[in-house]
Write a protein that binds this ligand. Structure first.
Ligand code: NAD
Length: 477
């Protein structure tokens, strides 16, 4: 693990030092410090002091720094891909896809500072009236381990571009690929000191960050349970909060679908990155006349996929991130079988490598349907008709994304309109995101579709109305 990232990071913090472990092998990859509440407060104070100078930096220069960060990252892609593969258990294809998406985020964000950032407003003669977007101040970014580099970057790149300072707290499982890489590429790009601070640690560091007085906004990506706590805390302190939370996404297959294409998209939706994706297809809802063919082909495809160490062997799936997650996936599968579901593929694991699993005969109240699995499991429910498919799809508190497979774009669009999600793809995958779209969910999946290039203006700035006259005017008083 050579290269610019190093293997010892954030040493000397109050919370001590710990090992970072490769999930596929248990090998120690490096050592990392842990921020305590004092470290977090100090980082926020430093970021708050640096922010006005950064906001006053010429827009073209801010954009140039983001472009240099992208160029540095691109030059060091191989180092970063190794960290993503070994620290987060990604297969190389997923790591390269993530890296490409991060580059897009940086390039898209780099264009933001030089876009128009205000409106000239109608007013009476002699008064100039305009509205201007201004940065919020310090934005706290809290990210998860599953797509660690991208899920930090998609918030922090536009936040920085628009003149905010950022304090990033990566997940404890991925402090290098989720934190250290980001810190290093911006340092190499010439970002002024303290405009970006990284505070590694777990829930304690996260809580201290949300509570820190100088934080104006919290951009959180992670579980719904933690998102609820953060939303309550940030709301109480009147801070802006963006919540990108869990999902339990429906993959609907209509009776006129190309079943082979649907199986391919459905398998990708449930098994990509071991199912550890918020956009994973958590529920396959298939119309009765094609259901048995779909299950048979999906199970055959699952049996052909390999799960193994993505760094040392060719594998379609890598390891589950840690023992607690592995146990959770296995429990949900066992409980669903015990409740009467039919295991058609997988259902076992070799060490941290969980086999792609297909469950048929699944009913709406079984655990594999009611819980976000976050593992490579495809539960298949059968619907009698489109109305039942829509009812099943909407029978969840989540509302992130959905996909509909059909031979008719019109039928797909009509059904898409009836789904309560922030995102829908007709004849596409549930797993689909890029830097140029408004990404986000509803209900328990989050508080809006707001990440994305144009939407970033709404997210990471606030309006200011300003008027000016050349001389004061007398009032009626
Ligand atoms: P998690 O909520 O346990 O952790 C996410 C982050 O929050 C980590 O950095 C963690 O250290 C921090 N954290 C934990 N407790 C905290 C607290 N009390 N206060 C402040 N910070 C705290 O989530 P996870 O298990 O790491 O990630 C998986 C979850 O994330 C899944 O539910 C998944 O669907 C969701 N996710 C959502 C999106 C999206 O865009 N909607 C993307 C990826 C993952």
């Amino acid at each position: 693990m050579n290269g610019f990232v190093g293997t010892a990071a954030f040493q000397g913090l109050g919370g001590g030092v710990r090992d970072v472990v490769e999930p596929a092998t248990g090998e120690v990859l490096g050592s990392v410090g842990t921020a305590d509440a004092d470290d977090v407060r100090a980082a926020v104070t430093a970021a708050a002091a640096a922010q006005p100078g950064w906001a006053a930096t010429a827009p073209a220069e801010r954009g140039a720094i983001l472009r240099r960060a992208a160029q540095f990252l691109e030059r060091h892609s191989d180092d970063v891909v190794e960290w993503l593969v070994r620290e987060s258990g990604s297969v190389p294809g997923k790591a390269r896809y993530e890296l490409g998406s991060v580059l897009d985020e940086l390039w898209a964000a780099a264009a933001l500072p030089t876009e128009p950032h205000g409106d000239l407003l109608p007013d009476s003669p002699g008064r100039l009236s305009f509205a201007r977007r201004q940065p919020l101040g310090v934005v706290a970014v809290i990210s998860p381990w599953n797509v660690p580099l991208l899920l930090g970057m998609r918030a922090l790149a536009p936040a920085l571009a628009l003149g905010n300072a950022v304090v990033l707290k990566p997940d404890e499982n991925t402090p290098f690929s989720g934190g250290r890489v980001t810190e290093e590429i911006f340092a190499a790009a010439g970002l002024p000191e303290d405009v970006l601070r990284v505070v590694p640690g777990g829930a304690e560091a996260g809580r201290a960050l949300v509570a820190a007085e100088e934080v104006s906004m919290v951009a959180f990506t992670g579980s719904t349970s933690v998102g609820r706590l953060i939303g309550a805390e940030a709301g109480g302190a009147l801070k802006r909060v963006s919540l990108e939370l869990g999902g339990n996404n429906a993959f609907v297959v209509l009776d006129d679908a190309d079943v082979d294409a649907a199986v391919s998209a459905g398998a990708f939706g449930s098994f990509f990155h071991q199912g550890q994706v918020c956009m994973a297809a958590g529920r396959h809802i298939v119309l009765a006349s094609v259901a048995e063919e779909y299950v048979e082909k999906l199970a055959a495809r699952a049996e052909r996929l390999t799960a193994g160490d993505p760094w040392r062997e060719r594998a379609d799936l890598g390891p589950i991130i840690n023992a607690a997650q592995l146990e959770r996936v296995d429990r949900i599968v066992r409980e669903t079988i015990a409740a009467g579901a039919d295991l058609r593929a997988g259902g076992t694991h070799r060490g941290p490598f969980y086999r792609p699993t297909v469950l048929a005969g699944v009913k709406p109240d079984m655990p594999a349907v009611t819980e976000e699995i976050f593992g490579p499991v495809a539960p298949v429910l059968v619907a009698a008709d489109e109305d039942e498919a829509v009812a099943l799809a909407n029978r969840t508190e989540y509302g992130l994304t959905a996909a509909v497979q059909t031979g008719s774009a019109e039928r797909g669009l009509a059904l898409a309109e009836r789904l309560s999600t922030g995102i829908v793809h007709v004849n596409g995958h549930t797993i689909d995101d890029n830097a140029f779209v408004p990404f986000g969910g509803r209900g328990a999946s989050g508080n809006g579709s707001r990440h994305g290039a144009r939407q970033s203006w709404e997210e990471f700035t606030q309006w200011r109305w300003l008027t000016v006259r050349s001389s004061a005017v007398a009032s009626a008083f």
